[in-house]
Each structure stands twice: as structure tokens, then as C-alpha cells.
Design a protein around this ligand. Structure first.
Ligand code: FES
Ligand SMILES: [Fe+2]
Length: 372
């Protein structure tokens, strides 16, 4: 089962036949990766987690400025997570070993017994917040952000609170994000019908946009089977941040979904799914049972229904993701052309490999589209 909201993670056991290491992607592509929600920071004060092969801590100061930092003290190396005794006091992270205090720039600003050494600073990561979700930048050799995820000042009036659920499994963010352009899998993995790419994918630097349509017969909770007619517009900003606007035409239901893949240790990833739906102000005939539920409650229920559908779909994807090998040279058919564009787009997130010819299974590093 999925964990409720953002406060827990459901771990999917690694399958016995997990892909061998011979055909692997570099585990930590450059980009912005989710760390925690603002709600979780407020609730827990200090958070420790694995992130991009590191142990990191995250907290926010009294002005609400978040900090994501490596979790070992620059003084004598104590672990700073809450289970090691690290604590937040007046917005500063206090080391459990000798009491050095760090502000959200990472600088040591006080000690209990001597002036703070100027050279004592935590390794911190640039942060960016989108709708209460805190991301940090992972740059090649520590280089600063090369691009940004958009601020997304999306209208919240009439939308339910964003709900976040996280799934953990062996995987890679390039593989999970590839599903945004792999339209064919919607039919074969998820059983959708009338699947079509609405227009060619667009790539603009670190942004990739993909629009597609599909139909699906689904049972929505207590409702009778509904025939869903869906248009989805996916915007990908690097391999850790995908945003999908979804319009269901028969119910008139608008929803938003964020798919946030974060590498943990080079093997496992956390896939956080955040979602919200808009109030159904004019339910159409097919949604008549919803009319007896107060509107606010109805919106929350709809988001749960949506999460239920996403949960089922993502579990189907995880079965594939957690067992697959990466193919540097996939043998594509002609209608898989968008995958070639996606692979070319991804190269920018491996700048070290991009500087030299990439090596595929046969050393060519290219994507091949097979003749039909
Ligand atoms: S190790 Fe952190 S204050 Fe000494
Ligand atoms: Fe999928």
C-alpha cells in the first residue's frame, strides 16, 4: 500500500531478477530533485534522508528559508540527523557533538565555547520551492544551477490540497520519465484505448512538453463504470520533475499531477506522486451521484479516487521499471520516434558523458530506429 501523504514511503522489495549492472545509466543525472514538502518540514522540524548518493538533512529557519545540507558536521564529523541528536533551535541546526550552530546558508554562526570558525560550513545545495514542494539542485562537480524549474504560480482557488504519496523501488529517473513520451505503453501496460500523441513533443533546453489523449473505462470508487476521455499535457523539467495537466472530458474533471523521481543510493529511487483536483462545479449526468456530497468533501474524495487510479497505474509501471535493463541502443519501431527525441534531450543531464561520445552496448551510443 501507499503511504499516506508525504510522511512515509512504501518500499517495493527488489525483485530477485533485478537488472544486472552491465547496461546502466549514470545514477545521478544533473537537475532539480525533490527533498521534502513544506508541510513535512513544518511537522518534523529536521528531516534526514538519502538523496543523490548522500545523506542530507533539511530544515527551514524562522523566516521559512529552507536548507538542504550534507549531514556531517565540518568540525569533527558528527552525524546531524535527528536520530543522531541533531536538532533545530531558533532556526539553526545544532550539532549533537559540540554544539556548533549552522544557519540556512550552511555557515557556522555560533559555538558554545569559542568564536565560530569562519571555515566551518556545511555543504549546502541550492533550493527551489514549487507549491510547497522543496527541491535541491544536483550539479556536475557541484556546479551551480544551469536552469530552473518554473515557479508554477498556479491558481489554487477551487483546488484541493496537494496530496503526496511516495513509492520506493529499484529504478532510474530517466527510465521513469521516459514513460511521459512512451505513448505505446499506455495501451499495453495500462489498458487505455484510443491512445494518440496529440502533437509532436517540444523541447526547449531543459524543458520538454508532450501532449496525448486516451480513453479508458474505469470504476471511480462507488460510481458505476465511467468511460473516461482524457487529454494530458506533460511538462518535464529535467529527470526529477514532471508536471501533468489532465482534463477528463466526460466528467469535466481537471487535475494536476507532479511526478518527482529522486535517486537515493544509485540503486533505489523515491517516486513521489503529488496530485490535486479542481472542484467539480457542474457535474454532468454521468457524475450525478456526486451531487449528494458537499462540494468540498467531493473534491477531496475525487482526489482520492484519482490517487487510487494513479496508484494502480504506477504499480503497473513499477513492475516494469524495477526489472528492466537500460537499452542504450533501443531497437525502436517507427511510431516510437518520440523516444529518440527524448533520449537526445536527456543527454544534457549527463554533461560529463556528453563531452565525450557515449558508449552503448556496442560502443556507438546511438539510438536506432529499426525499419518497419
Ligand atoms: S562535530 Fe559537530 S560540533 Fe563538533
Ligand atoms: Fe505508465
Amino acid at each position: 500500500m501507499w503511504a499516506s501523504r508525504a510522511f512515509g514511503v512504501h518500499t517495493v522489495p527488489a525483485p530477485a531478477d533485478t537488472a544486472p549492472t552491465g547496461s546502466r545509466l549514470p545514477p545521478f543525472p544533473e537537475g532539480w530533485y525533490f527533498v521534502a514538502s513544506r508541510r513535512e518540514l513544518a511537522r518534523r522540524g529536521l528531516i534526514a534522508r538519502q538523496w543523490m548518493g548522500l545523506d542530507v538533512v533539511a530544515w527551514a529557519d524562522d523566516q521559512g528559508r529552507p536548507c538542504v545540507a550534507e549531514s556531517y558536521c565540518p568540525h569533527l564529523g558528527a552525524y546531524l540527523g535527528p536520530d543522531g541528536g541533531g536538532a533545530i533551535c531558533d532556526g539553526r541546526l545544532v550539532c549533537p557533538f559540540h554544539g556548533f550552530e549552522f544557519d540556512t546558508t550552511g555557515q557556522c554562526v555560533a559555538t558554545p565555547y569559542a568564536p565560530a570558525p569562519r571555515s566551518a560550513a556545511l555543504r549546502v545545495f541550492d533550493t527551489r520551492e514549487v507549491l510547497g514542494m522543496v527541491f535541491a539542485w544536483w550539479g556536475l562537480d557541484g556546479r551551480p544551477p544551469q536552469w530552473h524549474i518554473p515557479a508554477q504560480n498556479l491558481e489554487q482557488q477551487g483546488w484541493c490540497e496537494i496530496d503526496i504519496r511516495t513509492l520506493r523501488f529499484p529504478g532510474h529517473p530517466q527510465e521513469t520519465t521516459e514513460n511521459a513520451v512512451d505513448i505505446a505503453h499506455l495501451r499495453y501496460v495500462h489498458g487505455y484505448g484510443s491512445v494518440a500523441q496529440a502533437e509532436p513533443i517540444e523541447i526547449d533546453g531543459a524543458a520538454l512538453h508532450s501532449r496525448f489523449r486516451f480513453k479508458s473505462d474505469r470504476r471511480l470508487g462507488p460510481l458505476p463504470y465511467a468511460s473516461l476521455d482524457v487529454t494530458a499535457a506533460a511538462s518535464v523539467y529535467g529527470l526529477g520533475f514532471s508536471y501533468v495537466e489532465i482534463r477528463e472530458h466526460n466528467l469535466g474533471l481537471d487535475s494536476r499531477m507532479w511526478i518527482l523521481a529522486t535517486p537515493l543510493d544509485g540503486e533505489q529511487i523515491d517516486l513521489a506522486i503529488a496530485s490535486q483536483v479542481r472542484e467539480l462545479t457542474l457535474p454532468r449526468s454521468i457524475a450525478w451521484p456526486l451531487n449528494i456530497i458537499p462540494r468540498r468533501r467531493r473534491t477531496t474524495l475525487l482526489n482520492r479516487f484519482l490517487n487510487y487510479l494513479q496508484q494502480r497505474d504506477v504499480q503497473q509501471d513499477v513492475t516494469i521499471w524495477s526489472r528492466k535493463q537500460h537499452r542504450h541502443r533501443p531497437r525502436l519501431c517507427r511510431s516510437d520516434g518520440e523516444i529518440s527525441k527524448y533520449r537526445a534531450y536527456c543527454a544534457q543531464f549527463y554533461p560529463a558523458q556528453h563531452a565525450q561520445p557515449a558508449s552503448g552496448e556496442d560502443g556507438s551510443g546511438s539510438v536506432r530506429v529499426a525499419a518497419a
